[in-house]
Ligand binder design. Sequence first.
Ligand code: 13P
Length: 245
Amino acid sequence: MKKLVVGNWKMNGSIESLSEIETLATRHHDSTIDILICVPAPYLVPAKQIAGSLYIGAQDCHTASQGAYTGDVSAYMLSDISASHVIIGHSERRAAHNETNTLVREKALIAQLADLCPIICIGETLSERENEHTLSVIHEQLIGSLDPNLNSSSFVIAYEPVWAIGTGLVPSETEIEEVHGFCRQYLLEQFGNSAEYIQILYGGSVKGSNAERIFALQNVDGALVGSASLLADDFSVIIEALENV
Ligand code: 13P
Protein backbone atom coordinates (compact mmCIF):
# COMPACT_ATOMS: atom_id res chain seq x y z
CA MET A 1 0.00 0.00 0.00
CA LYS A 2 1.19 3.51 -0.75
CA LYS A 3 2.00 5.50 2.38
CA LEU A 4 0.42 8.90 3.01
CA VAL A 5 1.65 11.87 5.00
CA VAL A 6 -0.76 14.74 5.59
CA GLY A 7 -0.03 18.23 6.82
CA ASN A 8 -3.01 19.83 8.54
CA TRP A 9 -2.35 23.55 8.66
CA LYS A 10 -5.52 24.11 10.74
CA MET A 11 -6.25 27.89 10.91
CA ASN A 12 -2.65 28.86 10.22
CA GLY A 13 -0.77 30.24 7.26
CA SER A 14 -0.91 33.14 4.83
CA ILE A 15 -0.32 33.81 1.15
CA GLU A 16 3.31 34.35 2.03
CA SER A 17 3.67 31.03 3.83
CA LEU A 18 2.46 29.12 0.77
CA SER A 19 6.11 29.29 -0.26
CA GLU A 20 6.60 26.41 2.20
CA ILE A 21 4.47 24.26 -0.12
CA GLU A 22 6.50 25.39 -3.10
CA THR A 23 9.66 24.31 -1.29
CA LEU A 24 8.17 20.92 -0.46
CA ALA A 25 6.95 20.47 -4.05
CA THR A 26 10.45 21.06 -5.40
CA ARG A 27 12.15 18.91 -2.78
CA HIS A 28 9.78 15.94 -2.96
CA HIS A 29 8.64 16.03 -6.60
CA ASP A 30 9.61 12.39 -7.15
CA SER A 31 8.57 11.05 -3.76
CA THR A 32 7.57 7.40 -3.41
CA ILE A 33 4.78 8.32 -0.98
CA ASP A 34 1.68 10.51 -1.24
CA ILE A 35 2.12 13.95 0.30
CA LEU A 36 -0.97 16.01 1.05
CA ILE A 37 -1.31 19.48 2.56
CA CYS A 38 -4.71 20.50 3.96
CA VAL A 39 -4.74 24.28 3.95
CA PRO A 40 -7.45 26.72 5.10
CA ALA A 41 -10.16 27.17 2.43
CA PRO A 42 -8.98 30.59 1.14
CA TYR A 43 -5.60 29.12 0.24
CA LEU A 44 -6.78 26.00 -1.59
CA VAL A 45 -6.62 27.51 -5.08
CA PRO A 46 -3.26 29.28 -4.78
CA ALA A 47 -1.81 26.24 -3.00
CA LYS A 48 -2.98 23.96 -5.80
CA GLN A 49 -1.28 26.18 -8.37
CA ILE A 50 2.15 25.67 -6.82
CA ALA A 51 1.78 22.15 -5.40
CA GLY A 52 3.28 20.21 -8.31
CA SER A 53 2.91 16.51 -7.53
CA LEU A 54 1.78 17.15 -3.94
CA TYR A 55 -1.91 16.80 -3.18
CA ILE A 56 -3.94 19.66 -1.75
CA GLY A 57 -6.92 19.04 0.52
CA ALA A 58 -9.46 20.78 2.72
CA GLN A 59 -10.21 20.56 6.44
CA ASP A 60 -14.00 20.24 6.39
CA CYS A 61 -17.04 20.20 4.11
CA HIS A 62 -20.81 20.47 4.49
CA THR A 63 -23.23 17.54 4.25
CA ALA A 64 -25.28 19.23 1.52
CA SER A 65 -24.16 19.68 -2.08
CA GLN A 66 -25.32 23.31 -2.21
CA GLY A 67 -27.85 25.69 -0.72
CA ALA A 68 -28.55 28.28 1.95
CA TYR A 69 -25.66 27.51 4.32
CA THR A 70 -23.87 30.82 4.82
CA GLY A 71 -20.16 30.41 5.40
CA ASP A 72 -20.04 26.72 4.52
CA VAL A 73 -18.23 24.97 1.69
CA SER A 74 -19.56 21.91 -0.14
CA ALA A 75 -17.59 18.82 -1.10
CA TYR A 76 -18.46 19.49 -4.75
CA MET A 77 -16.86 22.94 -4.56
CA LEU A 78 -13.69 21.38 -3.16
CA SER A 79 -13.70 18.85 -5.93
CA ASP A 80 -14.35 21.62 -8.45
CA ILE A 81 -11.09 23.32 -7.51
CA SER A 82 -9.21 19.98 -7.67
CA ALA A 83 -8.78 19.29 -3.98
CA SER A 84 -8.15 15.57 -3.57
CA HIS A 85 -8.95 14.93 0.09
CA VAL A 86 -10.95 16.45 2.92
CA ILE A 87 -10.42 15.97 6.65
CA ILE A 88 -13.69 14.99 8.32
CA GLY A 89 -14.53 14.94 12.03
CA HIS A 90 -11.25 16.28 13.38
CA SER A 91 -11.49 16.31 17.19
CA GLU A 92 -11.22 20.11 17.15
CA ARG A 93 -14.41 20.23 15.04
CA ARG A 94 -16.09 17.51 17.07
CA ALA A 95 -15.41 19.59 20.21
CA ALA A 96 -15.85 23.18 19.02
CA HIS A 97 -18.62 22.61 16.46
CA ASN A 98 -20.40 19.73 18.17
CA GLU A 99 -19.76 17.40 15.26
CA THR A 100 -21.29 14.00 16.00
CA ASN A 101 -20.50 10.60 14.52
CA THR A 102 -23.71 10.87 12.48
CA LEU A 103 -22.62 14.17 10.97
CA VAL A 104 -19.15 12.79 10.26
CA ARG A 105 -20.73 9.81 8.53
CA GLU A 106 -22.85 12.07 6.29
CA LYS A 107 -19.90 14.31 5.45
CA ALA A 108 -17.69 11.35 4.56
CA LEU A 109 -20.35 9.93 2.25
CA ILE A 110 -20.93 13.17 0.37
CA ALA A 111 -17.17 13.72 0.11
CA GLN A 112 -16.88 10.40 -1.72
CA LEU A 113 -19.87 11.23 -3.92
CA ALA A 114 -18.01 14.40 -4.89
CA ASP A 115 -14.90 12.34 -5.76
CA LEU A 116 -12.93 13.44 -2.72
CA CYS A 117 -11.14 11.07 -0.40
CA PRO A 118 -12.37 11.70 3.17
CA ILE A 119 -9.85 11.41 6.01
CA ILE A 120 -12.07 10.35 8.88
CA CYS A 121 -10.68 11.27 12.30
CA ILE A 122 -11.24 9.33 15.50
CA GLY A 123 -9.58 9.35 18.90
CA GLU A 124 -10.15 9.18 22.63
CA THR A 125 -9.83 11.92 25.25
CA LEU A 126 -7.42 11.66 28.17
CA SER A 127 -10.12 10.70 30.64
CA GLU A 128 -11.42 8.03 28.28
CA ARG A 129 -7.91 6.57 28.07
CA GLU A 130 -7.35 6.80 31.81
CA ASN A 131 -10.63 4.99 32.42
CA GLU A 132 -9.61 2.26 29.97
CA HIS A 133 -12.37 3.11 27.54
CA THR A 134 -10.10 3.72 24.56
CA LEU A 135 -11.11 0.72 22.46
CA SER A 136 -14.81 1.05 23.23
CA VAL A 137 -14.70 4.75 22.25
CA ILE A 138 -12.82 3.94 19.05
CA HIS A 139 -15.31 1.16 18.28
CA GLU A 140 -18.25 3.49 18.78
CA GLN A 141 -16.65 6.15 16.58
CA LEU A 142 -15.94 3.62 13.82
CA ILE A 143 -19.50 2.26 13.93
CA GLY A 144 -21.00 5.75 13.97
CA SER A 145 -18.71 7.49 11.51
CA LEU A 146 -18.32 4.89 8.76
CA ASP A 147 -21.32 4.30 6.55
CA PRO A 148 -21.42 0.72 5.21
CA ASN A 149 -21.94 2.22 1.74
CA LEU A 150 -18.54 3.93 1.80
CA ASN A 151 -16.26 2.80 -0.98
CA SER A 152 -13.36 1.16 0.83
CA SER A 153 -10.91 2.11 -1.91
CA SER A 154 -11.13 5.81 -1.18
CA PHE A 155 -11.20 6.74 2.44
CA VAL A 156 -8.54 7.12 5.09
CA ILE A 157 -8.75 6.68 8.87
CA ALA A 158 -6.75 8.99 11.12
CA TYR A 159 -6.31 7.92 14.72
CA GLU A 160 -5.60 11.04 16.73
CA PRO A 161 -5.78 10.72 20.52
CA VAL A 162 -7.20 14.08 21.62
CA TRP A 163 -4.68 14.32 24.47
CA ALA A 164 -1.75 13.93 22.08
CA ILE A 165 -2.72 16.82 19.81
CA GLY A 166 -0.46 19.83 20.28
CA THR A 167 0.80 18.60 23.65
CA GLY A 168 4.07 16.86 22.82
CA LEU A 169 2.60 13.71 24.37
CA VAL A 170 2.51 10.55 22.26
CA PRO A 171 1.02 7.18 23.19
CA SER A 172 3.43 4.29 23.67
CA GLU A 173 4.26 2.11 20.70
CA THR A 174 2.10 -0.66 22.15
CA GLU A 175 -0.83 1.72 22.58
CA ILE A 176 -0.61 2.97 18.99
CA GLU A 177 -0.34 -0.57 17.61
CA GLU A 178 -3.27 -1.71 19.72
CA VAL A 179 -5.61 0.96 18.33
CA HIS A 180 -4.38 0.67 14.73
CA GLY A 181 -4.70 -3.13 14.87
CA PHE A 182 -8.20 -2.77 16.29
CA CYS A 183 -9.16 -0.38 13.46
CA ARG A 184 -7.72 -2.73 10.82
CA GLN A 185 -9.69 -5.65 12.23
CA TYR A 186 -12.90 -3.61 12.27
CA LEU A 187 -12.34 -2.45 8.68
CA LEU A 188 -11.66 -6.01 7.50
CA GLU A 189 -14.88 -7.19 9.13
CA GLN A 190 -16.94 -4.37 7.63
CA PHE A 191 -15.41 -3.98 4.19
CA GLY A 192 -13.76 -7.35 3.50
CA ASN A 193 -10.25 -8.07 2.25
CA SER A 194 -9.96 -4.76 0.39
CA ALA A 195 -9.69 -3.12 3.82
CA GLU A 196 -6.08 -4.27 3.94
CA TYR A 197 -5.37 -1.29 1.71
CA ILE A 198 -7.21 1.38 3.70
CA GLN A 199 -4.58 3.79 4.99
CA ILE A 200 -4.66 4.21 8.78
CA LEU A 201 -2.74 7.31 9.85
CA TYR A 202 -1.50 8.25 13.29
CA GLY A 203 -1.81 11.89 14.39
CA GLY A 204 -0.87 13.79 17.55
CA SER A 205 2.51 15.43 18.21
CA VAL A 206 4.26 13.74 15.29
CA LYS A 207 7.68 15.40 14.91
CA GLY A 208 10.88 14.75 13.05
CA SER A 209 12.26 13.30 16.28
CA ASN A 210 9.61 10.57 16.71
CA ALA A 211 8.40 9.94 13.15
CA GLU A 212 10.74 7.04 12.38
CA ARG A 213 9.71 5.18 15.54
CA ILE A 214 5.98 5.70 14.81
CA PHE A 215 6.22 4.74 11.13
CA ALA A 216 7.89 1.44 12.04
CA LEU A 217 4.73 0.29 13.84
CA GLN A 218 2.32 -2.26 12.42
CA ASN A 219 -0.72 -0.86 10.64
CA VAL A 220 0.64 2.69 10.73
CA ASP A 221 0.44 3.76 7.09
CA GLY A 222 1.42 7.39 7.56
CA ALA A 223 0.66 10.43 9.67
CA LEU A 224 -1.62 13.41 10.07
CA VAL A 225 0.67 16.21 11.21
CA GLY A 226 -0.30 19.58 12.67
CA SER A 227 2.33 22.06 13.81
CA ALA A 228 5.31 20.19 12.36
CA SER A 229 3.78 20.54 8.88
CA LEU A 230 3.84 24.34 8.82
CA LEU A 231 7.49 24.73 7.89
CA ALA A 232 8.96 22.82 4.97
CA ASP A 233 12.17 22.01 6.85
CA ASP A 234 10.25 20.37 9.73
CA PHE A 235 7.82 18.54 7.48
CA SER A 236 10.55 17.25 5.16
CA VAL A 237 12.13 15.28 8.01
CA ILE A 238 8.79 13.50 8.59
CA ILE A 239 8.26 12.93 4.86
CA GLU A 240 11.72 11.41 4.55
CA ALA A 241 11.13 9.16 7.57
CA LEU A 242 8.03 7.75 5.86
CA GLU A 243 9.82 7.40 2.52
CA ASN A 244 12.50 5.34 4.24
CA VAL A 245 10.18 2.82 5.93
P1 13P B 1 -0.09 18.33 16.17
O1 13P B 1 0.78 17.55 15.20
O2 13P B 1 0.22 19.78 16.20
O3 13P B 1 -0.12 17.66 17.51
O4 13P B 1 -1.59 18.24 15.60
C1 13P B 1 -2.10 17.00 15.24
C2 13P B 1 -3.38 17.21 14.53
O5 13P B 1 -4.38 17.58 15.12
C3 13P B 1 -3.39 16.98 13.08
O6 13P B 1 -4.68 16.93 12.58
